[in-house]
Design a protein around this ligand. Structure first.
Ligand code: SAM
Length: 262
């Protein structure tokens, strides 16, 4: 049996087993989870290196029916652990109330949406190990002042410590994608909560970057500027110049709190 790769589902199957093994071995147990969810197992190239890791209980979510049939036939150990469906539409109760790590060679066309979904459920996801388009991986891991720095970089870095692990050449996939790939790991910060209102923080970051060519004074006007925020040292800067800590500080000023000018 053979699964013909489908372009619309971002299917590029990994051929190089040593890379699959390397990715699987990046799971560290950070945050002491037992459960692991693989997004998009395809034909199970990565899955085969997850299942023998007895410290973990593995489930997979796959949208492609043909891949699901293939997995059921070729990987008997997965039988009751396959969720057929769209990760973006699932309720996160695959493991009851328990935390779980997310791993996968993500479908590149929806990798940002996957991360926004992970952000929604971040309190349940202590670790993420994934491969995605190299530029997106670099953007997520990059700091202020970099042209790639954006909403996802700030939001993910606010809650996760992120490492760019290694680059993967197109030739190791069937079919080869047009782009290079990058593997990153995200581990939940020791600080469980930001020192500001998390919803407001997200609003400020999104508003700042949605108009990234404007100064923050103009980009944040629709949210209403408090006097303290308007007087702050941030207002003549652009979002891409602010660190996560700066955004936290700015959020406290936008809330009318005593953020000061530290
Ligand atoms: C880049 S392939 C990786 C396949 C396999 N893990 C590998 O490394 O060879 C991405 C996989 O994600 C699946 N996929 C695409 N969209 C999905 C979604 N919304 N939810 C779950 N799986 C999805 C595709 O069918 C495909 O199997």
């Amino acid at each position: 049996m053979y699964v013909k790769p489908k372009k619309n589902l971002g299917q590029h199957f990994l051929k190089d087993l040593s890379i699959a093994r390397r990715i699987a071995e990046l799971l560290s147990g950070h945050g002491t989870y037992r459960n692991v969810l693989e997004i998009g197992p395809g034909t199970g190239v990565l899955t085969q290196f997850l299942l023998p890791q007895t410290a973990y209980s593995v489930k997979v979510v796959e949208i492609d029916h043909e891949s699901v049939v293939y997995l059921r036939e070729t990987v008997p150990a997965l039988q009751n652990r396959i969720i057929e469906g769209d990760f973006l539409n699932l309720k996160p109760d695959y493991f009851g109330d328990e935390p779980f790590a997310v791993i996968g060679n993500f479908p590149y066309n929806i990798s940002s949406q996957i991360f926004f979904r992970i952000l929604d459920i971040r309190d349940r996801v202590p670790e993420v190990v994934c491969m995605l388009q190299r530029e997106v991986a670099q953007r997520i891991a990059s700091g202020p002042g970099n042209k790639d720095y954006g909403i996802l970089s700030v939001l993910l870095q606010a809650w996760y410590d992120i490492r760019y692990e290694f680059t993967v050449e197109p030739e190791v996939f069937n079919p080869p994608p047009k782009v290079h790939s990058g593997v990153i790991t995200l581990r939940r910060n020791a600080v469980a909560q930001l020192a500001c209102d998390e919803r407001k923080f997200t609003q400020v970051v999104k508003a700042g970057f949605n108009q990234r060519r404007k100064t923050l004074r103009n980009a944040l006007k629709p949210l209403g500027l408090t006097e303290a925020a308007a007087d702050s040292r941030f207002m003549d800067k652009r979002a891409e110049q602010l660190s996560v800590a700066d955004f936290v500080h700015l959020t406290t000023l936008m809330e009318g709190g005593k953020g000061g000018e530290g």
